[in-house]
Design a protein around this ligand. Sequence first.
Ligand SMILES: C[S@@+](CC[C@H](N)C(=O)[O-])C[C@H]1O[C@@H](n2cnc3c(N)ncnc32)[C@H](O)[C@@H]1O
Length: 249
Amino acid sequence: MTYKLGDIVTIGDCTLYCGDCLDILPTLGTVSVVVTDPPYGMNFQSNRCKDGPSFDRLIGDMAAPVAWLSVAPDADAIVVFCEWRNAEVFRAAIEAAGWPVRSQLVWDRVIHGMGDLTASFAPCHDLAWWACRPTYKFPGKRPTTVMRYQRVDHDKKVHPTEKPVELLAHIVSRATPQDGIVLDPFIGSGTTGVACVRLGRHFIGIELEPRYFGVAVKRIQDEYDRTALLESPPTRNVESPLPGMEPTA
Ligand SMILES: C[S@@+](CC[C@H](N)C(=O)[O-])C[C@H]1O[C@@H](n2cnc3c(N)ncnc32)[C@H](O)[C@@H]1O
């Protein structure tokens, strides 16, 4: 199935928009939590052609794209992935948009990447900012700031900057009430949506690139079909993660 800008797909409790989040975000109502992995503004292009798929340059990755924060809908809390070189740009934009930053999160990818082979530490983590309204309270036990989940193998990736589902499920389950609505304005291959289906959360996702939108629709539909086959509906929470969702030891 191919998709085009303007398409809207509904799968269970997920609504997916193929379009520019700058246009779609102002049309949305209040959500519970924004969880997103926007283009980092680092002009990223995968160079893993030998042992994995190669990908085009990501749309919107030429400059730190923070304009969306000023048109994002009201939300109790927000998690925004970034990396050390642009973290302060994102932090300033999150705070300017009205969410006081409360924590810096670290995703330990377990297996390091390449980087400068002679003069930089081998890169093995990404960062994320956690910001919330003063009235926000975690639905369960207070989570810790370091999340250790092995990155997706290059030869299994369907998106150049694909995050592990377990990582997104970790964040969504700890930050969002069971009946909450999660918004991701930059879904890429739909990882946040897959995590939300797995956890039984409502989800709204946006992706500008029709090819990746199609990948996201398929992954979310597959997860929805898989969870529909489970005997009990997916209502698990912080205290009872799904098997296989436990952090890497
Ligand atoms: C860092 S990737 C997200 C990857 C995702 N976390 C995953 O696991 O697949 C960011 C995505 O945002 C999309 N994007 C860039 N600009 C956008 C915009 N203005 N509106 C919606 N999506 C956009 C890109 O096409 C890209 O797929």
